[in-house]
Write a protein that binds this ligand. Sequence first.
Ligand code: AMP
Length: 601
Amino acid sequence: MAGEKEIKEIYDNGMKILEELTSNAYEIQEQMLEEILIRNAGTEYLSRFFVHGQNHKQNFKANVPIVTYEDIKPYIDRIANGETSSILFADPITQFIQSTGTSEGKPKLIPMTAESFEKRMVKPLLVDLVMKKCISGLDQGKSFYLFFVKPEMETPSGLMASLYTTSYFKTQIFKNGLAKFCTSPIDTILCLDNKQSMYCQLLTGLLLRDEVVRIGSSFASVLARSIKFLEDYWKELCSNIRTGFLSDWIADPACRNAMSSILTRPEPELADLIQQICEDKSWEGIIKELWPEVKCISSIVTGSMSQYIPLLEFYGGGIPLVSPNCGSSEACFGINLEPLSKPFDVSYTILPNMAYFEFLPVNNDGGGKSREFKLRGASATESSESTNETTTVNKPVDLANVKIGRYYEVVVTTLAGLYRYRVGDVLKVTGFYNKSPQFQFVERQNVVLSIDLDKTTEVDLSKAITKAKLVLEPLGIMLTTYSSYADTSLTPGRYVLFWELKMKGSNDLPKLDAKIMEECCGIVEESFDFTYKSLRKGGVISALELRVVKHGTFDELMDFYVSKGASISQYKPPSCLKSEEAVKILNLGMVGTFFSPKTMF
Ligand code: AMP
């Protein structure tokens, strides 16, 4: 297992390593593919695709199909049920990583080997190094990161399945490396009760406020949730700081023990100061006030997380937002080499040693409607239907052949048994750093809403809502989170949007002007595509409905998903709800409902 020597090597030579990786990106990719094939061509999975004596690398793209999780699930299930992992990968699979993408309501299980796990642990160190190089003062204090874990699950084979971050937080490389620069004691991070964990981490962050130079979480949604928790608990936190005693409901022994060396004495002056800041009606810039030395907020704010940018900018009061990296349970894609770029301009640079990457071209706008790949056998690389709005989809290209300005879905071949696997994320290539492509994260390919022939993707929905909310901004109204569902309980069915709204500067519910809200509905519908509009015109889909919910309603939704097993640290509010219970929760917070004009189309 990597230890202090390796950490030191990365901190000493990390920038040189990055230069070498990106300058030799093509060669590294080719070597990686070759190595994976030499080791694994004989596995049950791969051997089917090669005729005896064939050159594996030359025939890889022609023979091996591009697959989705559902295609390889039978192999993964066999391994999870106790068959040898060599059916998929020559090296032993040592654990599974649970991905948030679901397969029939369950997390996907992504195989992982000791080697690939170790390789991946280098990424957070490189991210940290780049941030420290670009943001002065970051190495002179601590990071207040809100990190959480989720219980591991044992598969019938005895192999454990956990979130990548949960496994990572338990490693020596984390404990001896980044954790040393974090405010949160490791035992508060590893506490399985997310509420106790959150409370203790916030308490520590407040007690060590003068030392904190960076605040963050993996995804922006976690940070938004933490701020809401602070709103609910700041009085109790202040009381603990004033008295020097930890609340009794923090019952986890490891948390209590860890906190005993931080909450050591009454600090009434600190408590008064925090109270004074939190009592302010407006929490605008509260992060800067509570943590005056903070140089940046580090959290993923691209893709669906971009909905939290206004909120974090509001609470941050001008502190730069840094979106550090991009990846998935399957593979790390890239890191942000310009941490201070504006959230909407963030590009990530591919790390070519993390996986063998291929790129499936998709529509001009990254949307998924016209994509119909033939994914099997020799024609795996071929075409799609084109529609009125899109370009023809070509064969996948490798890293050396991506074009600036084009959109691609990522396909990975990994060091742990995934071969030409579609991750489902779409990227837009924006440039190159040395020989490595840089990209903006566009979105998951998922279709989220569907009635009749219409298929509205996450991208379509997010674009439509981005346009509509512009109407609210001049009125000082903030859209903090949204979701949706297709209501087909009546015929014709309709799409329903849930919006959580609040006034900028307070959590007050805005006065809802029916005309304006209806206008928002109209803009959303207008922004949907040709198929939607023609179905709506023909009466196959009825007028879109917008339900406004009060502040805090989406937190209840998160509690619901967490109670069902979602991880608080990887939680992303679903852009579309599939469960009736989830819809019910949002309906309970409803304060107004509005419809698009019936005769709009
Ligand atoms: P998981 O596999 O559960 O860790 O989820 C990974 C997914 O989170 C990716 O496939 C993306 O859809 C999303 N994601 C990861 N990094 C980013 C990023 N930088 N920006 C936007 N979405 C991201």
